[in-house]
Design a protein around this ligand. Structure first.
Ligand code: SF4
Length: 244
């Protein structure tokens, strides 16, 4: 059963990779490892490539500790042990991005600053480790939620792209889990017993994403397919036209 789930996820990931040309021969990929089910799944699925994805790629996992919990040494030790056991190349870095984003002068929009500084550091590390691709574990739920967040709060119809070039093609952000729902990744993570952990961010529980998640959860009580409907609409209107 667990092998079946692994194969199902891997195949769907490869279809997304293939559809949008996310991975090519010789790529060096930085995988953003947040500590959640999505990023652990991404790291393991991407490393177990078989069909469409070239074997001639290399991967480095990068975890930025946002500094919300100074007492998390044990969690970091477990993470380090897991990555070592599975022979991943990795970089773990302690930062003060979280407290900085929540400092007095930035109380109104911590997520904006937090994301911005994190991205900047990720690009610096991509440069340092010679990576041309940066893979994030965003899945279908993230894509649906981001679309709604942008409509509700940003007055624009847009969401994450499966593949996005930056700095004139120097780097690409890729989202290999773009065809997978979060609940399947959580199930896979539980089966594989990945050492997941949460970022203890005080904004997590009151963020726009949390508000949208709550709305979707409520709406799904009457209309089970509501997330699929939103994802499929976005897909047919934009993503489909970008496919290889
Ligand atoms: S919820 Fe917290 S960790 Fe996430 S982007 Fe916002 S400030 Fe950063």
């Amino acid at each position: 059963m667990s092998r079946n789930l692994h194969e199902f996820l891997r195949k769907n990931m490869e279809i997304a990779i293939n559809d949008f040309g996310m991975v090519t021969e010789g790529d060096r990929i930085l995988v953003g490892l947040s500590g959640g089910a999505d990023s652990f799944s991404l790291l393991h699925l991407l490393s177990s490539r078989k069909i469409y994805v070239s074997n001639n790629i290399s991967i480095i996992a990068v975890h930025l500790d946002l500094g919300f919990d100074p007492e998390n040494q044990e969690v970091m030790d477990k993470l380090r042990a897991h990555l070592t056991l599975h022979q991943f190349e990795f970089h773990i870095e302690k930062t003060d991005i979280g407290p900085l984003a929540h400092s007095d002068y930035n109380k109104l929009n911590p997520c904006f600053l937090c994301s911005r500084i994190r991205r900047k550091r990720i690009f610096e590390l991509a440069e340092k480790y010679g990576c041309n691709k940066i893979a994030f574990g965003h899945h279908k739920d993230d894509i649906v939620e981001t679309l709604l967040i942008n409509i509700f709060y940003g007055r624009e119809i847009s969401t994450m792209k499966p593949k996005q070039d930056l700095f004139g093609g120097k780097y690409y952000i890729i989202r290999p889990l773009a065809y997978l729902w979060e609940n399947m990744l959580k199930k896979y993570t539980a089966q594989q017993q990945f050492p997941v952990f949460e970022t203890k961010c005080p904004t997590g529980e009151v963020s726009k994403r949390k508000a949208v998640k709550d709305i979707l959860r409520q709406l799904r009580r009457d209309q089970k397919h509501i997330k699929e409907n939103v994802f499929n609409l976005n897909y047919s209107q934009t993503w489909k036209t970008w496919k290889n």
